[in-house]
Design a protein around this ligand. Structure first.
Ligand code: NAD
Length: 256
């Protein structure tokens, strides 16, 4: 156990669980944490696009909305790598763009299932060992869409708003146990999710991007590494006095 962990870096020696590590932002987080010395478990329903090229990163295939699968996977990760010091909840889905009255119950359950229930379930099964060991860092992926409303994907906004407040509530509860809980709020990123959002918008892709990006102080989409650096900070001991906060990484979108 812990034998092949890198010994240098900003999260050296830590064990990290990252959900959604096969996705664009999650994969950047996996690479970043590993580059800075962590051993990383990627929990995703899809296989990663890349071969990580190291024994210090491993993949588990599961549906994070299924409690039994989450419980058993956290157990397996702990047996293989040791108890997790870091949990990053990056798995998320956007859902079909539709106004609330045209959305279906299944669509509601799917979006809230992955974004909210999934984040809660991994927390539920990871926190006990963090309490036992007296520390840990949890980083939940919300979004700028968890801070402001918008006309495209109301259920996604609602779910990411819920992630923002689950984060703050958990920060309050687990702070006395040495466990920090923070959320990251990416703006428009150069990812598949963002492309699909633009392409499916009733505004049309061009107008969607114009509204989302062109008026920003930094008028471009972000790169996945720019989110991964924010997660690295929150995962590391550098942020030891930071909990319940929302780290917005959006090129200034919400500064207006
Ligand atoms: N891309 C953006 O512009 C953007 C902006 C703001 C916030 N976010 C948030 O950042 C996070 C990562 O986004 P991304 O762009 O990497 O998305 P992505 O679609 O590339 O990756 C999401 C990953 O989650 C996994 N996943 C989905 N449902 C799952 C389930 N039930 N069980 C296990 N795994 C599941 C998918 O297989 C995928 O690998 C998401 O929470 C997203 O809402 C993204």
């Amino acid at each position: 156990m812990h034998a092949d962990r890198p010994r240098t870096g900003r999260v050296a020696g830590k064990v990290a669980i990252v959900t959604g590590g096969s996705g664009d932002l999650g994969a950047a987080v996996v690479r970043m944490l590993h580059a800075h010395g962590a051993t990383v478990a990627n929990l995703d329903r899809a296989a990663p696009a890349e071969n990580w090229g190291t024994d210090a990163v491993a993949d588990w295939t599961l549906d994070i909305t299924d409690a039994a699968q989450v419980a058993s996977t956290v157990r397996q990760v702990t047996e293989r790598f040791g108890a997790p010091d870091v949990l990053v909840n990056a798995a998320g889905i956007l859902g079909r763009p539709a106004p609330s009255h045209e959305s279906t119950e299944d669509e509601f359950d799917a979006v809230f299932g992955v974004n909210v229930k999934g984040t809660w379930l991994t927390t539920k099964y990871v926190v006990p060992s963090m309490i036992e060991r007296g520390g840990g860092s949890i980083v939940n992926f919300s979004s700028i869409h968890g801070l402001t409303g918008g006309g495209n994907v109301p259920l996604y906004h609602a779910s990411k708003g819920a992630v923002r407040l689950l984060t703050k509530a958990d920060a309050v509860v687990y702070g006395p146990h040495g466990i920090r809980v923070n959320s990251v709020h990416p703006g428009s990123m150069a990812t598949r999710m963002s492309r699909s959002s633009a392409e499916r918008s009733p505004l049309g892709a061009e107008e969607y991007y114009r509204q989302l990006v062109s008026g920003n102080p930094i008028a471009r989409q972000g790169a996945p590494e720019e989110i991964a650096y924010a997660v690295l900070y929150l995962a590391s001991d550098e942020s030891s006095f930071t909990t319940g906060t929302e780290l917005v990484v959006d090129g200034g979108y919400t500064a207006h």
